[in-house]
Design a protein around this ligand. Structure first.
Ligand code: ADP
Ligand code: MG
Ligand code: ZN
Length: 493
């Protein structure tokens, strides 16, 4: 019998706010332990929480980006458990009335579109971080009370690779939307992976195994690549799987059982009495909706449709949002948007990398560490986007050869001068005057009887030698396409 995997994810994402969820402590990574703490996030007696408005806004925004419903009323609940990293002995979360629910994410996978339903995305708070030393343990509460969004999917995923693709798509949406930096190294995205197996073609769900607290997408994929065959082998042997929680051992490359799974009622969820229910005002929601950006996938599809870009180019401009934002306003004015994309992706990007490398060396020589370095990007280019448009249009209409175009671009980067001025001062204008090119062709034909004879005898390649001669006579400025055409016409005639 064949088995299939059923996978659902619970992804925790750190919201990009300046302060924590219930107090004014900074939401900032990397500070010495217990320096971003106060009576509220340490849960000293008598303190009360005050909700962070920006976190509420980002939650709604995420809901909209994930096509969720936004209920008129949401509330906060206490999830009770004892653990040294939870100073209140409960975690504030949203249990039965989350801020957003019933959405979906669409993403490309295996050449088609996958759609995963989003059960809910709710707001909660992070807890502290325990560290175990040789003879004692310590808790750092800097992260306690940092706002998290928990994004829960329906069990719609079916493979390790598809799950990986979903996570990347989710991350991209959240980064596009300014919801979270999703910096994995800083632990900003963590997920619990739920997976079961069932005979292909059946509907009932198998026992859910939850792999807890994964902090890398490649780890999620590897864990599933291990766990799915493990479960299938077990049921094939006739074992009955039970709902349980496992841990991924990244070094050994295996999952191992931690505990049989607790149930929701074990947490004694109860409504938080110190916070009002959250009822987002309609104009607030309307504002958010109006300011939403286009989703990355929609942008890619539109770039392909509106500018006839190949999927690969549209993908690059989608992945690099700044580059896409640079491209679009000038693409709208361009007669050759495909060529323009090409120039931005291949030539302009290469120049930007050079600039960055140079800045890096300069800053390193000033003694700056990598995390203190600042790089200028597109916004700091000395020339206007419309100058690049002009350059590409010149190349497209044959006024400038592609190779000379590169020279002009380098000069634009260096001096910020307009391309037409550079073409003039460097004498790079391409000769597209048919009369002038004919004269050069006649000259080349007269001076090179051997290739002429070869071509007439049927050796097509001999044309290139003649073309080379004409280009030489023109000092590289003749329009190569015209040279080819005129030579052919003259030799055939
Ligand atoms: P819990 O109450 O234990 O957190 P939920 O029903 O809320 O369980 O589901 C948590 C996650 O597990 C969701 O992403 C859901 O899609 C997924 N899930 C639920 N049942 C299964 C199953 N049998 N196999 C795989 N994933 C599942
Ligand atoms: Mg759950
Ligand atoms: Zn605090």
């Amino acid at each position: 019998m064949d088995y299939e995997a059923v996978i659902g994810l619970e992804t925790h994402v750190q919201l990009k706010t300046r302060s924590k969820m219930w107090c004014g402590c900074p939401n900032q990574y990397g500070a010495p332990p217990n320096t971003h703490v106060c009576p509220v996030c340490l849960a000293l007696p008598g303190v009360l929480p005050v909700a962070n408005e920006e976190a509420l806004r980002l939650t709604l925004r995420t809901g909209l980006l994930l096509q969720c419903e936004i209920p008129a009323r949401a509330k906060f609940d206490r999830k009770n458990y004892f653990y040294p990293d939870a100073p209140k002995n409960y975690q504030l979360t949203q249990y039965d009335q989350p801020s957003t629910r019933n959405g979906h994410v669409e993403f490309e996978f295996n050449g088609t579109l996958s759609r995963v339903r989003i059960t809910r995305a709710h707001l909660e708070e992070d807890v502290g971080k325990s560290t175990h030393f040789e003879r004692h343990s310590g808790v750092d509460f800097n992260r306690a009370g940092v706002p998290l969004l928990e994004i829960v999917t329906e069990p719609d995923l079916t493979s390790a690779d598809q799950t990986h693709a979903y996570l990347n798509a989710l991350k991209e949406i959240l980064q596009y939307g300014g919801i979270s930096d999703c910096d994995m190294e800083k632990g900003m995205v963590r997920c619990d992976v739920n997976v079961s197996v069932r005979p292909c073609g059946t509907q009932a769900l198998g026992a859910k195994i939850e792999i807890k607290n994964m902090n890398s997408f490649s780890g999620v994929r590897r864990a599933l690549e291990y766990e799915i065959p493990r479960q299938i082998a077990a049921v094939r042997r006739g074992e009955k799987l039970v709902q349980s929680t496992r841990r991924w051992d990244d070094v050994a490359g295996v999952t191992e059982e931690m505990r049989s799974k607790e149930n929701a009622h074990d947490y004694r969820y109860l409504p938080e009495p110190d916070l009002m229910p959250f009822e987002p005002a309609q104009d607030w929601l309307d504002n958010e909706r109006a300011s939403l950006m286009e989703l990355p996938l929609a942008r890619k599809q539109r770039l392909m449709r509106e500018y006839q870009l190949p999927a690969g180019d549209a993908e690059v401009l989608k992945n690099n949002r700044a580059l896409g934002d640079y491209y679009e306003p000038i693409a709208r004015l361009s007669k050759n948007p495909k060529l323009l994309a090409n120039w931005i992706i291949n030539n302009l990007q290469a120049r930007l990398v050079e600039i960055m490398e140079k800045e890096k060396t300069e800053q390193a020589s000033l003694g700056l560490e990598p995390d203190e370095m600042k790089f200028t990007g597109l916004a700091d280019l000395k020339f206007k986007p419309s100058d690049l448009l002009d350059l590409v249009e010149m190349v497209a209409r044959g006024a400038l050869s592609s190779a000379s175009g590169q020279t002009v671009l380098a000069e634009m980067v260096a001096s910020g001068k307009a391309p037409s001025a550079i073409v003039q001062s460097m004498g790079l204008a391409q000769v597209s005057d048919a009369g002038a090119i004919e004269t050069l062709c006649d000259q080349a034909i007269a001076q090179n009887p051997n290739p002429v004879a070869d071509y007439k005898a049927g050796k097509e390649a001999a044309l290139n030698a003649l073309k080379g001669q004409v280009m030489k006579l023109s000092r590289g400025k003749a329009n190569p396409a015209m040279v080819g055409e005129i030579l052919q016409r003259k030799l055939r005639g």
